[in-house]
Write a protein that binds this ligand. Structure first.
Ligand code: HEM
Length: 263
């Protein structure tokens, strides 16, 4: 058999190309089906037995927020560097400081910059809280990125955690969106030009470019409508979606058997 393939190089090449194509197709479909396979997204199968009945209670996130058993390596700070926890802590800090800022800020072109200036100069702890919000935002982008790198270098994206990796990618996107929508709100030169550049880039989206830019600006030029739009996205819509995805992320960490083991 091998001899006859060697005799006809054309056939050998075609067979190798076909095999390559089949392997690629199989690997591609395996990747999708393992990300979305039942055990990765929802619970695994259930058979009624006394042991499984007790597992239902012990493994329930609602009955036991903390797992019944924690593996030794999972509490070792040097393994996770607590980067996921740190990202979550920064999100909470951003929420608390953000609510404080909302008491003094009106999202209109006429008032926004003055409001921020007054907050810094006349409100007790205004400058401190504004800077806490700004620094926490920068730190969160960094910590989420480092957390992703840690997960990658531990190979923790592999089975059974593929679905949670995908949720993580969505969380990274949401974190960047939170950061970018907040950038416009001080309504200073930096903000105006950053958003002008950003929305111009979006304007180059194929086919729908102009429409995308119009929706993002709330008109054809940057102005009060843009500010209001980005304010609502920043304080309401994106945080709301982020909280939902964080909930799914934490639930999956628990359901995938806690933190992955060391290599
Ligand atoms: C808002 C952003 C995020 C928050 C608050 C968050 C939070 C967490 C927390 C608290 C853990 C438990 C272990 C640890 O602290 O390392 C965790 C684990 C995990 N995260 Fe995230 N995460 C975020 C973004 C991401 C991103 C961007 C990815 C990847 C693209 C990701 C993928 C994972 C995976 C796969 C695990 C399981 C790791 C293991 O078992 O070792 N997360 N996350």
């Amino acid at each position: 058999m091998a001899k006859s393939i060697e005799d006809k190089p054309g056939i050998a090449e075609t067979a190798a190309a076909k095999l390559g194509q089949i392997t690629e197709n199989v690997q591609g479909s395996q990747a999708w089906s393992s990300i979305f396979r039942p055990g990765s997204v929802f619970r695994k199968g259930y058979t009624d037995s006394p042991r499984n009945r007790s597992y239902v209670i012990m493994n329930s996130v609602l009955y036991h927020l903390h797992p019944v058993k924690v593996k030794r390596h999972a509490v070792k700070v040097s393994y996770t560097l607590c980067l996921g926890g740190l990202s979550f802590f920064l999100f909470i800090l951003l929420t608390v400081t953000g609510i404080f800022l909302m008491f003094f800020y009106r999202p209109t072109a006429a008032e926004a910059w003055d409001n921020i200036y007054e907050l810094q100069t006349q409100v007790a702890f205004g400058l401190l809280v504004r800077n806490m919000h700004r620094w926490a935002a920068h730190l969160m982008v960094i910590s989420v990125f480092l957390h992703m790198a840690r997960v990658f270098y531990h190979g923790a994206y592999k089975a059974p955690r593929e679905f949670n990796w995908v949720i993580g990618v969505i969380l990274l996107t949401l974190t960047l969106l939170l950061s970018f929508t907040g950038y416009l709100l001080p309504w200073d030169q930096l903000a105006l030009w950053a958003v002008t550049v950003g929305t111009n880039m979006m304007g180059y989206t194929p086919v729908f470019g102009d429409q995308v830019k119009f929706v993002l600006l709330g008109g054809s030029v940057i102005g009060t409508n843009t500010l209001l739009r980005w304010y609502v996205l920043h304080v309401l819509f994106v945080p709301f979606v982020t909280v939902i995805f964080m909930g799914i992320h934490f639930w999956r960490v628990r359901k995938d058997g806690g933190i992955s083991g060391p290599l």
